[in-house]
Write a protein that binds this ligand. Structure first.
Ligand code: NAD
Length: 482
């Protein structure tokens, strides 16, 4: 059985305790590798290495940081197929999706922040009477990044790239459920000549090594992506220590479909938003609000398309829906489906565990793409994040009602509006409670834009210079020269 390793001070290492966790392949339900169960001893070694590396890394020219990050991006491209296979094996997602989305985006994250490192500038303010203020933006020192399992390498690099670009050294913790690509990434960093200790990758469980990272007194900033409940724990720990925290959390995002929408584009968009990556993207649109005049027609077409999605072995080219990440997560989703029925929901398609007709995947953790109608806006199914291939359909009569429904959750991450009335789209975009609003599209991302959520979807923004601002401390220097 393959034993994965931590990456500390430029070296691949076994956990000091010698303890490992089983790492499963969701499509087969079998253990495929052993992941280090890191603890405080590994963390202390990683922090010491990061502190040593910070002395040089912070002084390095942005060009130099940029160059090594570009080399890592090139190494990702050169190893794209191996990374895509690993990502699919670890998460259960179709390998076609990992090839098209996850791995190219990981390289793009590195390239984007390699360029941003050379363009980041700070402000100056001159004052009447002969004084000038300028702002220094200095790296914090050793920072931590903690990332989830749904887009493993994509979100891992989305955090470490700006942290490194800004001159910090990093302790990074990928999800214990999906460690493979971060492990491969360690080797790419070695090949690319990233100086020892600049990036350190520790594997293991959230409640142990994750919590210890957040508590460590030498780590001054934490960029976290994960569930809202975990985010609250991170905030509770880091708050009294006055650490800088960026929290990218869950969502229960609405898709608003108006009668005047371009029919096929809205249908395609709503299906993609609901079921991409088995519904395991924080930005997925799981509540589909449809104008009453077209509700029944839209419902029937939507159900037809959802039922036609091919659930299968993630490694097969024709598969559109792979496995969900773990047995526990599958059970959680199936429990949510029971709750939806108890709450009066009518299951229009799906609603059960899917069995894949192949010897390899017969014990895999698959869930049928599921569409439910007949639920009130206030019920738990329409308020709580399920994070699986489950969408509810809800009719609305007026624009006012649509906005009210869209905003009727504690989350506020993203939304998409489908209508050809552009004035209406702008009006709704202004009133909707979400950090991202898409109009006649979904998941179209420009890396320069702010990314993050309102309400319980998080605190702070990633993306563009926002992330470089998070990973630096602004210091105002006021000089009187007259
Ligand atoms: P999770 O909260 O269980 O875990 C996320 C990470 O935090 C993992 O690495 C985990 O090991 C670690 N962790 C767990 N407990 C910890 C603790 N006490 N201290 C420190 N770290 C700890 O989330 P998940 O199940 O891996 O991911 C799914 C969730 O992530 C969903 O809610 C989804 O919406 C959210 N998500 C949000 C975004 C976004 O950008 N807003 C993006 C992707 C996923």
């Amino acid at each position: 059985m393959q034993k994965l390793e931590n990456y500390i001070d430029g070296h691949l290492e076994a956990p000091r305790s010698g303890r490992y966790l089983d790492n499963y392949e969701p499509a087969t339900g079998r253990v495929v590798s052993q992941v280090p169960s890191s603890d405080g001893a590994d963390l202390d070694a990683a922090v010491a290495a990061a502190e040593r590396a910070f002395v040089e890394w912070r002084r390095s020219a942005p060009d130099e940081r940029s160059r090594v990050m570009l080399t890592i991006a090139d190494r990702i491209d050169a190893n794209a197929e191996e990374l895509a296979q690993a990502e699919s094996k670890d998460t259960g997602k179709p390998v076609s999706l990992a090839r098209a989305l996850d791995i190219p985006r990981a390289a793009a994250n590195l390239r984007f922040y390699a360029a941003a490192a050379t363009q980041f500038a700070s402000e100056s303010h001159s004052m009447e009477g002969g004084a000038i203020n300028y702002t220094l933006r200095q790296p914090h020192g050793v920072v931590a990044t903690i990332s989830p399992w749904n887009l493993p390498l994509y979100l891992f690099t989305w955090k470490i790239a700006p942290a490194l670009a800004a001159g910090n050294t990093v302790i990074a913790k990928p999800s214990e459920l999906t460690p493979l690509t971060a492990c491969l990434f360690s080797k790419l960093c070695q090949e690319a000549g990233l100086p020892n200790g600049v990036l350190n990758i520790l594997h293991g469980e959230g409640a142990t090594i994750g919590q210890q990272i957040v508590e460590h007194p030498s780590i001054s900033a934490i960029s976290f992506t994960g569930g809202t409940v975990t985010g609250a724990t991170v905030a509770r720990t880091a708050g009294p220590m006055f650490k800088k925290v960026s929290l990218e959390l869950g969502g229960k995002n609405p898709t608003l479909v108006f009668a005047d929408a371009d029919w096929d584009k809205a249908l395609d968009g709503a299906v993609k938003a609901a079921f991409s990556n088995q519904g395991e993207i924080c930005l997925c649109g799981s509540r589909i609000l449809v104008e009453s005049a077209v509700f029944e027609r839209f419902r029937d077409d939507f159900v037809e398309r959802a039922s036609a999605l091919r659930v299968g072995d993630p490694l097969e080219a024709t598969t559109q829906q792979g496995a969900v990440v773990s047995e526990a997560h599958m059970k959680k989703i199936l429990g949510c489906l029971d709750l939806a029925k108890e709450e009066g929901g009518r299951v229009l398609c799906g609603g059960k565990r899917a069995r894949v007709d192949s010897d390899r995947c017969k014990d895999g953790w698959f869930v049928q793409p599921t569409v439910i109608e007949g639920l009130s806006m206030g019920c738990r199914t329409n308020r709580e994040e399920i994070f699986g291939p489950v969408a509810t359909l809800i009719p609305f009569d007026t624009e006012e009602e649509a906005v009210g429904f869209a905003n009727a959750t504690d989350y506020g991450l993203s939304s998409s509006i489908w209508s050809q009335d552009i004035s209406r789209c702008h009006r709704i975009a202004e009133r909707i409670h979400s950090g991202l609003v898409w109009v006649n599209t979904w998941l179209l991302r420009d890396l320069r834009t702010p990314m993050g959520g309102m309400k319980q979807s998080g605190v702070g923004r990633e993306g563009g210079f926002e992330a470089l601002r998070f990973f630096t401390e602004p210091k105002n220097v006021c000089v009187k020269y007259e």
